[in-house]
Design a protein around this ligand. Structure first.
Ligand code: AR6
Length: 183
């Protein structure tokens, strides 16, 4: 566990659908209609209320572009809210992928703050079906969150919940390089 400015920042290996933070972030796609990976797991665990709100959002504002974020109920989840964001599909790294990935994290955090939330859990956005190399994605994820927390002090806790051991190890290495743990 690290403290970044006023906020606790930690990594854990596990299933984000079991997290009890105020919100969990979903690595969705622009349709907001569910899918595989963490998106499928969140809709399965949270029940139909989440998809219902996603449909209302899409009927109001259309598909959600990569790099943006919206909030719904958490349905049956322990987390009261789900923040849905869309990461970039990896096309080799020269199609704006780093900026879009940073934006997905930043906009998710902005939505959390705008809704008065105190704690948020993130998965590793874009590194599954969307193919973003994990080490590159981890650097952007952690740098973007750390930078945000230096500017905005209202969040108490941000957790990265990494599903598999390999992803967890890479995030841990990248975080140690960015913010060496004392002692
Ligand atoms: N908890 C935490 N992380 C998870 C979980 C879970 N329960 N399940 C999977 N992951 P992905 P993307 C990890 O593919 O690359 C979907 O179909 C997974 O191991 O879920 O942003 C959407 O509908 C990986 O490390 O998201 C989109 O179409 C990470 O979550 C598309 O996939 C992200 O993998 C989005 O692709």
């Amino acid at each position: 566990m690290r403290t970044v400015n006023k906020t606790r920042l930690s990594l854990l290996q596990g299933d984000i659908t079991r997290q009890a933070t105020d919100a969990i972030v979903n690595a969705a796609n622009s349709s907001l209609m569910g899918g595989g990976g963490v998106d499928g797991a969140i809709h399965r665990a949270g029940g139909p209320a989440i998809l219902e709100e996603c449909k209302q959002i899409v009927s109001r504002q259309g598909r959600l572009p990569p790099g943006e974020a919206v909030i719904t109920t958490g349905g049956n989840l322990k987390a009261r809210h789900v923040i849905h964001t869309v990461g970039p599909v990896w096309h080799g790294g020269h199609s704006g992928e780093p900026e879009l990935l940073a934006s997905a994290y930043r906009q998710s955090l902005r939505v959390a703050v705008a809704n008065g939330l105190k704690s948020v859990s993130f998965p590793s956005i874009s590194t599954g079906a969307f193919g973003y190399p994990v080490r590159l994605a981890a650097a952007i994820a952690l740098e973007t969150v750390i930078d945000f927390l230096h500017r905005e002090e209202s969040l108490e806790e941000v957790v990265f919940v990494l599903f598999d051991a390999a992803t967890y190890q890479i995030y841990a290495q990248v975080l140690e390089a960015l913010l060496p743990e004392k002692g």
